[in-house]
Design a protein around this ligand. Structure first.
Ligand code: GLA
Ligand code: ZN
Length: 690
C-alpha cells in the first residue's frame, strides 16, 4: 500500500520556496530588510533559511546574547506569511571562541592545527565546542519555541571533513575498543601482521595520515576511520539537537547534505533526521551535455529520496542563476531554472530553496547567484525566473507528500565506494564506481523508468530488478538477502569486480565473487586491466534469450570467469581469454542473476537493458519512446499519478502521450496525443493510477 506522507510541517501543506537569507549582513541598513520582505512576497517565496552563519551576531562576546535583530526578522516573517528554516550556527564560529579555546579548531590529517578561518572546520569531538553549541542552540529554542515563524530546524551547514587532534584520536580509540573489544580482534580485522603493523597497545593507534608522513596502507583502518568520522559527526549532530528536541518537539529537524560527498556516509543520518535535505549545484551548460548532467542530478535526487525510504526531501539549496566556485561559472539559460527546480520535485522534493536570497556586498560569495542582485530591485531575469518557479509550485499542492515507487533499484553504497577508492590494483585510476552506477542508471532515465538508488542494507524485496554494479564489498548478511531476493523471483544484475572483500576489506577466500558465487553461478579466477587505448570485444551467442547480437566493446576491466551453474550468453572475442564467458545468467530459485564480466560500451548497456525491461515488463512512466534528452518521472499517492516530463535540450521536443488523457496541472487543460516541450521545458500532468 502506498501511503501519502504528511507535509514537512503540517502547519503549511504547500511547497516551500525560498532561500538562505543573511539579514545580519544588512543590520546597518534596516531599510533593506523591509525591501527584502516586499521582494520575498513579490517572488512568491514563503520560506527563508536564517541564522546559518550568524553566531557572532547572536553572541558577540562569550555569554552575551543579542537576539534583537533576529526577533525583528522573525516578527517580520510571521506578519508577512513567511516561515523560517532556523539554523543552528555551528557552521562557523566567532573569532573570540577560537582565540580563547583553541581546541575548537580542527587539526588536519598532517597534524597541523588550523588558524581561525573560513567555516565548516570545527573539531567534532571538542567538549567545549559541543557545549558552546548546546548553549546557543538552547537559547535559540527557548527564544523562538512559540514563534509562529519557526518551521524547521536547519542543523549547522554542510557537515564535512575530519579532525585529527588528540581529542579525536582518543575518541577514535574508544570507538575501536567498543567495536572490537580486544586488540587481537582489531589486529585480525586490519590484517596487521602485514609490514609488521601489529598494535600491542591501544595507545599506538593513530588516525590515517598522508604518505609518507603517516599511515595509509592499512585498508581496514582507513575504512574504520571513515566510519568513525561519520559516527562522530552524527554524534555531534545528536548533541546539537538535544535542546531542540526537548524544547520544540514538534519542529522537524534536518541538515543539508552535499550530494554524493564521500566524507560522510549520509545513510547513517537517516534515523536522526525528520526530513532529508540536500544542496544541488550542477554546472549546467558546461563541459558535458545538459541532459547527461541532468541524468546524474536525478541519480542524486533518488538517493536523497531513498535515505528515508521514499519520504519526500528538501532541496535546501540550489542557485537561482550561477554558482561562483567553478572554473567557469555560467548563469542558467532561460528555462533551466524552472526545469532544474521541477526536476527536484519530480524525484520527491517538497521544497525548492536557494543559496541565496540576496547577494552579499563583500567577501568571497559576493558574485554567487541570488534572487536579489546588487542592483537591489526586481527587474532582473533571475528574479522573474524565481517568481515563475514560485507561481508554478503553488499549483502543485496535490503533489505534496506523494512518493515514487520504482520496480527497479540500483545499489550505490558509500562504504563500497570507500573500499574501491582505496584499492591498489587492478587499476589505479578510472575505477569509476560512481560513473559506472550512473551509466547503468541512465538506461532507465532515458526510457522514463523511475529507479530507487539504495545502499546494500536496504530491503530488496519490493523490487523486480536489483542492479549492483561493482559490488566489491559485500557486507555481512547482504549475500543472503540477495539470494532470497532472486530465489523469490527477483532479477539481480551484477558486474565485474564484485564479491571481493568483506566488511573489513578482507578478501573472501575460496574464490570470487565470494558469498555471491552461488547465486551468480560463476567463479572469477582473474581480472585483466586494460590500458586506456585497448579494447576487447563481447560477442553474444546466436539465439541467446536476450536476442543480443553484433559485437560490443569492452574496456578497462575484464573479469576472467568460469561459468559454474550459469549459462553463458556471450564470450570474449580476443586476447588469451577469447572464447571465455563475458555475460552469464544463472537461474536461481524462481529468479535469475546476470553477470557482466567486463566494462562494456553504451550500446551494450542499451541493448541489454532494453531486453531486460521487455522481458520483465517493467513499466515506463509513459508508454512511448522518449526523444533524447527528455525524461519522464512520476510521483503517486496510490490513487493519482503526477507525471513530470522534462526536456533537458535547448531545442523543443515532442512527446507522444497516446490515448490516455491527462490534466495539465499548470494550465488546467486536458491533454492527450502529442505534447510539445519547449526549450528546457517541462510539463506536470495528472492521471489516475494505472
Ligand atoms: C554551499 C553552502 C552555502 C554556499 C553555497 C555556494 O552549499 O552551504 O553556504 O556557500 O555552497 O554554492
Ligand atoms: Zn578534534
Amino acid at each position: 500500500m502506498i501511503k501519502k506522507y504528511p507535509p514537512i510541517n503540517p502547519r503549511f501543506p504547500h511547497f516551500l520556496h525560498g532561500g538562505d537569507y543573511n539579514p545580519e549582513q544588512w543590520q546597518d541598513t534596516p531599510k533593506v530588510w523591509d525591501e527584502d520582505i516586499r521582494l520575498m512576497k513579490l517572488s512568491h517565496c514563503n520560506t527563508m533559511s536564517v541564522g546559518i552563519f550568524s553566531w557572532v551576531s547572536l553572541e558577540p562576546e562569550e555569554g552575551k546574547f543579542t537576539f534583537g535583530w533576529l526577533d525583528t526578522i522573525m516578527d517580520k516573517f510571521s506578519k508577512n506569511g513567511i516561515y523560517a528554516v532556523l539554523a543552528t550556527p555551528s557552521g562557523a564560529r566567532p573569532a573570540w571562541m577560537s582565540k580563547k579555546y583553541p581546541e575548537v579548531l580542527r587539526v588536519n590529517s598532517d597534524r597541523v592545527r588550523i588558524l581561525h578561518s573560513g567555516r565548516h572546520n570545527h573539531c567534532f569531538t571538542s567538549p567545549i565546542y559541543r557545549e558552546k553549541c548546546r548553549i546557543i542552540n538552547q537559547k535559540l529554542a527557548e527564544r523562538y519555541k512559540d514563534h509562529p515563524a519557526l518551521f524547521v530546524w536547519h542543523i549547522s551547514n554542510e557537515y564535512g571533513g575530519d579532525c585529527h587532534c588528540e581529542l579525536c584520536q582518543e575518541a577514535f580509540r574508544k570507538w575501536l575498543k567498543n567495536k572490537y573489544g580486544t586488540l587481537d580482534k582489531l589486529n585480525h580485522a586490519w590484517w596487521t601482521r602485514f609490514w609488521s603493523h601489529t598494535f600491542t597497545d591501544w595507545s599506538q593507534i593513530e588516525s590515517p595520515a598522508p604518505y609518507p608522513h603517516g599511515e595509509s596502507s592499512v585498508h581496514g583502518m582507513n575504512l574504520d576511520w571513515k566510519r568513525f568520522v561519520t559516527y562522530q559527526t552524527v554524534d555531534f549532530f545528536k548533541n546539537e539537537i538535544v535542546p531542540l528536541r526537548k524544547i520544540t518537539p514538534k519542529i522537524p529537524v534536518t541538515t543539508n547534505f552535499m550530494g554524493t560527498y564521500q566524507g560522510l556516509n549520509y545513510w547513517k543520518f537517516a534515523d536522526e533526521l525528520d526530513v532529508v535535505a540536500w544542496d544541488n549545484y550542477p554546472q549546467w551548460h558546461g563541459w558535458e551535455e545538459d541532459w547527461m548532467l541532468g541524468c546524474k542530478v536525478s541519480f542524486v535526487h533518488d538517493i536523497n529520496r531513498c535515505i528515508k525510504g521514499g519520504k519526500p526531501f528538501m532541496l535546501m539549496e540550489s542557485t537561482p542563476s550561477m554558482q561562483n566556485w567553478a572554473d567557469v561559472c555560467k548563469p542558467k539559460r532561460p528555462g533551466m531554472h524552472l526545469l532544474s527546480s521541477i526536476q527536484a520535485v519530480a524525484h520527491g522534493a517538497d521544497t525548492v530553496q536557494y543559496f541565496q536570497w540576496r547577494k552579499s556586498r563583500g567577501s568571497c560569495e559576493k558574485f554567487h547567484g541570488a534572487v536579489v542582485d546588487h542592483c537591489g530591485h526586481e527587474n532582473t531575469r533571475v528574479f522573474h525566473d524565481v517568481t515563475e518557479v514560485g507561481k508554478t509550485i503553488e499549483k502543485l499542492d496535490a503533489v505534496i507528500g506523494t512518493t515514487v515507487r520504482p520496480e527497479v533499484a540500483l545499489i550505490f553504497d558509500w562504504e563500497n565506494n570507500w573500499a574501491i577508492d582505496d584499492t591498489q590494483g587492478p587499476r589505479r585510476y578510472k575505477k569509476d564506481y560512481q560513473s559506472t552506477c550512473e551509466n547503468h542508471y541512465r538506461q532507465f532515465w532515458i526510457r522514463g523508468i523511475p529507479v530507487d538508488v539504495i545502499n546494500m542494507d536496504c530491503d530488496f524485496s519490493k523490487y523486480k530488478i536489483v542492479i549492483a554494479p561493482m559490488l566489491y564489498m559485500v557486507r555481512q548478511g547482504v549475500a543472503k538477502r540477495l539470494d532470497n531476493f532472486v530465489q523469490r523471483g527477483g532479477t539481480l544484475i551484477a558486474t565485474y569486480w564484485t564479491g571481493i572483500v568483506d566488511d573489513n576489506d578482507l578478501c573472501f577466500l575460496g574464490g570470487f565473487p565470494g558469498p555471491l558465487r552461488k547465486v551468480l553461478g560463476i567463479w572469477s579466477e582473474e581480472i585483466d586491466a586494460l590500458y586506456d587505448k585497448d579494447r576487447n570485444y563481447v560477442v553474444p551467442f546466436k539465439n541467446n534469450p536476450l536476442k543480443l547480437s553484433g559485437k560490443y566493446e569492452a574496456r578497462e576491466l575484464c573479469d576472467l570467469i568460469h561459468a559454474e551453474k550459469a549459462k553463458v550468453l556471450a564470450e570474449y572475442k580476443q586476447d588469451f581469454y577469447a572464447g571465455r564467458p563475458a555475460l552469464t545468467v544463472n537461474k536461481f530459485g524462481r529468479g535469475e542473476a546476470y553477470y557482466m564480466a567486463s566494462r562494456n560500451d553504451e550500446k551494450f548497456l542499451n541493448d541489454f537493458y532494453q531486453a531486460i525491461i521487455k522481458k520483465l515488463n517493467i513499466r515506463r512512466v509513459i508508454d512511448t519512446k522518449l526523444p533524447q534528452g527528455v525524461t519522464a518521472q512520476v510521483r503517486t499517492d496510490g490513487k493519482k499519478e503526477f507525471v513530470f516530463l522534462m526536456n533537458f535540450k535547448q531545442e523543443k521536443q515532442e512527446v507522444q502521450l497516446g490515448k490516455t488523457s491527462y490534466k495539465n496541472l499548470l494550465n488546467g487543460k486536458t491533454v492527450s496525443g502529442k505534447l510539445v516541450l519547449p526549450s528546457f521545458g517541462i510539463a506536470v500532468l495528472e492521471r489516475a493510477e494505472r
